[in-house]
Design a protein around this ligand. Sequence first.
Ligand SMILES: O=C(O)CCC(=O)C(=O)O
Ligand SMILES: [Fe+2]
Length: 183
Amino acid sequence: MNIVKRLLPIIAKNLGLQPDALTDKFTDGIQSIKMNCYPPCAQATNVVGLSPHSDAGFMTLVLQVNQVQVHGRQIRRNGTWVFVMPLDGAFVVNLGDTLRIFTNGKYKSIEHRGIVDTAKERMSVAAFHGPNMHAKIGPLEEIVVNEVQAYKRVDHENFRRLFFSAKLIGKSFIEQMKLKSIS
Ligand SMILES: O=C(O)CCC(=O)C(=O)O
Ligand SMILES: [Fe+2]
């Protein structure tokens, strides 16, 4: 959580906001950890490792824990799946849907998926970071005074309920959060 907290004033500054614009939301913010294991599969091209999705939280730090350089992770860029190779000792940072919503779409959450290898096992640890449960999930007021609000504003609890009841299908979850008047 400390890494994310250090990035908050930098993101706020980048958006032209006061440095503490995001700080309060991350007092007692939520952090959860998930471990992923992708065993090798001879029929790798016929199976799914992890379905395409964007993470619902604010920011995810992903660490590949075994040192094998495998083609295990892809992001979708301009409609094409691109491999993201791990760097030794470095996190991969995913921007999540909550960051996208807070910034009214200025920061894009990234669609990604897990790929299985024919010969090598891959393991990763994903640390998901989100605001506290009192924070509303919606575009920051300071941003939407000057522009059209693109996403709904909901209670954090409802937001999480919506996410966990949705299927992991690409960007379908964030689509639900869009306001209908926005194409
Ligand atoms: O294993 C990976 O690199 C991806 C993990 C992931 O996207 C997730 O757990 O949400
Ligand atoms: Fe993910």
